[in-house]
Design a protein around this ligand. Structure first.
Ligand code: NAG
Ligand code: NAG
Ligand code: NAG
Ligand code: NAG
Ligand code: NAG
Ligand code: NAG
Ligand code: NAG
Ligand code: CU
Length: 655
């Protein structure tokens, strides 16, 4: 019997951080921007209104002669408009249907070098970190709405492959750039490089991270922003804020430990942009002088009366956070890559992988005499696992005249229940109406813990999470995208959704509880009271229902008229979600739980979307084969020479 205890086994994970700010990492952008104003042409070149002060980053639209930029603190909903209103040209703004229409920008090139590094993000040493360009979090990758992005990733690790996923990017007709090993490519072998190419049709904030097994938890995560319009006005903006749980060992070690002990490892601290502080209770009592020296917490400087745009990203392994700033209200204007109608609250709940754009008005109440206020990141009840003590006061807002003292401000009033933001508050600006669909397009899945799976799952006596008819287990050397082309019979259809007609709506009901008499749910597994942040690649999905009670077809409330839309939604413990997407993007798309332990355990599935229409360009196909060839060479040779082989190399699902 699996008890409640057992559940936690799979939950814990670690995240990585460094002592260097990600925003120091200049020089990685080889953008073709004309920074010299003497070269100004008859097309828009401008500092995006939502770029942080002094960042010197320019948007440029050489293809849009006769246009000018129009976003400003009084009208952040505007992006580009025709100079001559009578020209008949259309405006690009917050109401533009960005899935079908976007301005044509420029090509921006970035490079990411992956190396091993020792970091002290919470004052304690972690010598197993893996980072981008020597910093944690990784450098801020930025583009403007409609730009093309190319990122060349080089793997300098000695014993790990890697792939980089651009979280939330739709990858319309570019599935081979989605960065999921064993699905859309082989891992990039040590010593090898790969260039990812995709278009920024959406705008807002996201993150990029390794999708190679548990690797992102060791530090391979960074912010990704596409500048575009906003659904509410503000004066200035700040750099992205990445929040994460953190551990002082490699996630690979934690996972091996999990497999042996069948229990979930504890996280040790919370990091805000790579900075946190670990509170070792015993050391504190014994000898305070021995305490690790934590870095200064992340600090935001505000001027009274201004409105600031903040970009919040939850890059956790195992923690849903409640984000708040003492004495300040937050106006939420964007969830994931989807602009929404603004609403105001005292806190915002951010699940793993989720992002929010929020506006903070710098008029605190009650006002602190010191002019300092805590930023709090509180793990939601039941959605985290930490060692006994950790600090949730992870950042500081300071007003002039600046002082160095710690804030004494009181926490705002809010709930810390583990959930998503209130369903009815998330109203997309560009509405979708999801039609009634026929039953054959409706698929039902249960998130269960199971012991019924065939070899070669390792170790054999370990319960795994499954989403469909078994826990996912991928073969690094045999990516689905190539399998399908070469030998469709090898495809394990029972682990997938398989769609074949274009522009059809598909609905997935994902249940965390038993549905009586439902033949579609797997047998032999066990539902456990755990919430899961479910992420779909290749689409923003409409969230037709999100419920804390089990699905009942006769009473379920399903919203089809402009439902919330995003790319990660929390499946509530004991309840269900129904998500819908339109088959307009041929590809092989992963759907998985974003709790790193659960994805490793197998809580994932592939959506085969109109695979006959996948058209990988010949050059890209050749690259896919090359990457596999180098991976296989390393796997069969370099790995054996350089890496410890005392345990199975692959001991998790692969993602
Ligand atoms: C990845 O590297 C870690 C060391 O950081 C090692 O323990 C692990 O076995 C490697 N795993 C794979 C699948 O590459
Ligand atoms: C990040 O997501 C996890 C999992 O959903 C959640 O437990 C945690 O509270 C989130 N963190 C924040 C700061 O919202
Ligand atoms: C995690 O921390 C809790 C609370 O201190 C403790 O009861 C539990 O034993 C710890 N688990 C592990 C695996 O260390
Ligand atoms: C504000 O947050 C509370 C939880 O603290 C939630 O119950 C309420 O619905 C939220 N309000 C809006 C408008 O979303
Ligand atoms: C969808 O189906 C439901 C139940 O069969 C029905 O009540 C509703 O009117 C239908 N909606 C549309 C837009 O057809
Ligand atoms: C599998 O695990 C169970 C429960 O921990 C234990 O009783 C059993 O002996 C194990 N079986 C093997 C083959 O290790
Ligand atoms: C997907 O479904 C189509 C139509 O039923 C079928 O021809 C094809 O073999 C299926 N593909 C896979 C990989 O299961
Ligand atoms: Cu999960």
């Amino acid at each position: 019997m699996l008890g409640f205890e057992r559940i936690w086994t799979y939950l814990l994970y670690v995240f990585s951080v460094g002592t260097v700010s990600p925003f120091d990492a200049h020089g990685t952008v080889q953008s073709p921007l004309l920074q010299d104003s003497s070269q100004l042409k008859d097309y828009p070149i401008f500092l995006p209104p939502n770029a942080p002060e002094g960042s010197g980053f320019l948007c440029q639209y050489p293809g849009l002669t006769g246009y000018e930029s129009c976003g400003n603190p009084k009208d952040q909903g505007c992006w580009l408009r025709p100079k001559d209103p009578k020209s008949g040209l259309k405006e690009y703004n917050i109401h533009t249907d960005y899935e079908n229409d976007y301005p044509k920008g420029v090509l921006r090139k970035y490079t990411l070098d992956v190396t091993r590094k020792t970091l002290f993000p919470d004052g304690c040493k972690n010598d197993q970190c893996k980072v981008f360009n020597d910093v944690y979090p990784g450098p801020w990758i930025r583009a403007c709405w409609g730009d093309d992005i190319e990122v060349t990733v080089t793997n300098h690790l000695d014993c790990n492959g890697t792939t980089i996923h651009w979280h939330g990017i739709r990858q319309l007709n570019t599935v081979e750039n989605d960065g999921v090993n064993a699905v859309t490519q082989c891992p990039v072998a040590p010593g090898d490089s790969l260039t990812y190419k995709f278009k920024a049709m959406q705008y807002g904030t996201s993150w990029y991270h390794s999708h190679y097994s548990l690797q992102y938890a060791d530090g391979m995560a960074g912010p990704l922003t596409i500048h575009g319009p906003s659904s509410a006005n503000y004066d200035l903006s700040k750099e992205p804020i990445l929040m994460t749980d953190w551990n002082q060992r490699s996630a690979f070690e934690d996972w091996s430990w999990t497999l042996e002990h069948n229990t979930r490892p504890n996280m040790t601290s919370i990091l805000l942009n790579g900075k946190g502080s670990y509170i070792p209770l015993t050391m504190l009592l014994l000898n305070p002088a021995n305490n690790p020296q934590p870095p200064e917490p992340h600090t935001l400087f505000f001027k009274k009366g201004l409105r600031y745009l903040l970009r919040l990203i939850n890059t956790s392994v195992d923690t849903t956070f409640v984000f708040s700033i003492d004495g300040h209200k937050l106006t939420v204007i964007q969830s994931d890559f989807v602009p929404i109608k603004p609403y105001t609250n005292t806190s915002v709940l951010i699940g793993i992988g989720q992002r929010y754009h929020v506006i903070v008005e710098a008029s605190p109440s009650p006002e602190e005499r010191s002019g300092n206020y805590w930023i709090r990141t509180i793990p939601a009840d039941g959605c985290s696992s930490f060692k006994a003590k950790y600090t949730t006061q992870t950042g500081i807002v300071r007003y002039e005249p600046l002082s160095k003292v710690n804030p004494t401000s009181k926490q705002n009033q809010f709930d810390t229940k583990c959930s998503d933001e209130t369903y009815s508050s998330l109203k997309p600006v560009v509405p979708w109406t999801v039609p009634n669909i026929t039953l054959s397009q409706n698929h039902e899945f249960g998130v269960e813990l199971t012991t019924t799976f065939p070899p070669p799952y390792y170790p054999s006596n370990f319960s795994r999470w499954e989403l469909h008819k078994g826990p996912m287990w991928l073969d690094f050397s045999r990516p689905t995208i190539l399998n399908l082309a070469e030998d469709p019979s090898k495809w394990t259809a029972e682990l997938s959704v398989n769609t074949t007609s274009r522009d059809q709506w598909v609905e997935l009901l994902i249940s965390a509880a038993e549905i009586p008499d439902d033949p579609d749910l797997p047998v032999g597994g066990q539902f456990l009271p755990v919430s899961h942040p479910i992420h779909l690649h290749g689409h923003d999905f409409a969230l037709l229902a999100q419920s804390e009670i089990p699905y009942n077809p006769s009473t379920a409330v399903i919203k089809r008229d402009n439902p919330p839309r995003r790319d990660v939604a929390l499946l509530p413990s004991g309840g269900y979600i129904i998500i819908a997407f339109k088959t307009d993007n041929p590809g092989v798309w992963l759907i998985h739980c974003h709790i790193a332990w659960h994805a490793s355990s197998g809580l994932a599935m592939q959506v085969l979307e109109n695979v006959r229409d996948i058209a990988v360009p010949p050059q890209a196909l050749q690259t896919l084969h090359q990457t596999c060839k180098k991976w296989n060479n390393w796997f069969n040779d370099g790995r054996l020479k350089n890496c410890a082989t005392w345990h199975p190399f692959q001991d998790d699902s692969g993602v």
